[in-house]
Design a protein around this ligand. Structure first.
Ligand code: ADP
Length: 239
């Protein structure tokens, strides 16, 4: 597998605080990689740098060999990076279908009219929302709102999907559904980088994990090996 996303020597300082410290890793095409670490280790900062919400102090990011370092979020999105947020960012005054259609207008080859309708239907089926198209988003269950969020991210036909604690706050039944949904994307070949605290999900979904602690990478490798690494266990337990 070749690298789709390459993170090279990224450092981010906020004044005197180094939130990300010379971090390098890559995400291979078709890989599902977890970015892990205790609170405050720099994961969100790193996701913000990849999506363009923050500019790094130093370092380079390339997507399929093309520099995306420091580009604004809409340009990074146009290059094929889609992101979901921990807070469900949907348009509450629109119904489910309209939310997905609105997202289709942001595609590089923006879809309109019948084409948009057909594509929205396909995305709703894939997200398990075909029976919910006419409902107001605010009336949906939490897992269904998450499905809308995912369908909207996939509307842009991303090459790389960034999931920021997408499974947080789900109950155990919903969690199984959520894991299955992401597993479906993985099996269809989607490249995914996720920040996730639910270890059951990390074990079920990710071939590889990168672990950060105080801004630095402390482990990078096969999921089982990384999660059993004494240094990683220590970082999480803070001993
Ligand atoms: P994580 O996502 O792993 O919990 P964060 O990336 O949110 O970690 O934070 C890493 C460090 O950077 C923390 O010490 C946090 O307080 C600090 N930090 C994050 N964002 C900012 C900011 N905008 N300004 C100053 N410090 C920040």
């Amino acid at each position: 597998m070749s690298a789709l996303l390459e993170i090279q020597n990224i450092t981010k300082r906020f004044g005197g605080l180094t939130a990300v410290d010379d971090l390098s890793f890559d995400v291979a095409e078709g890989e599902v990689l977890a970015l892990l670490g205790p609170n405050g280790s720099g994961k969100t900062t790193m996701m913000n740098i990849i999506s363009g919400a923050l500019k790094p102090t130093e370092g380079r990011i390339t997507l399929a060999g093309e520099q995306i370092t420091g580009l604004p979020p809409h340009r990074v999105a146009a290059k094929g990076v889609a992101r979901t947020f921990q807070l469900v960012k949907i348009l509450p005054s629109l119904d489910v279908r309209e939310n997905v259609i609105a997202a289709l207008a942001f595609r590089r080859d923006a879809l309109w009219g019948q084409e948009a309708q057909d594509e929205a239907d396909r995305l709703l089926v894939n997200a398990g929302l075909s029976a919910r198209g006419g409902e107001m988003v605010e009336n949906l269950t939490y897992i269904d709102q998450k499905r809308v969020e995912l369908a909207r991210a996939l509307a842009s036909q991303p090459r790389l999907l960034l999931l920021d604690e997408w499974l947080a706050g789900l109950n155990p039944t919903e969690l199984r559904v959520g894991i299955d949904l992401i597993a479906g994307l993985r099996d269809a070949g989607m490249t995914i980088l996720l920040v996730e605290h639910v270890m059951e999900a990390v074990r079920a979904l990710c071939n590889r994990c990168v672990v950060m602690n105080v801004g630095s990478k402390i482990a990078d490798g096969d999921t089982d090996a990384v999660l059993n690494d004494p240094g990683v266990v220590r970082a999480y337990l803070g001993t």
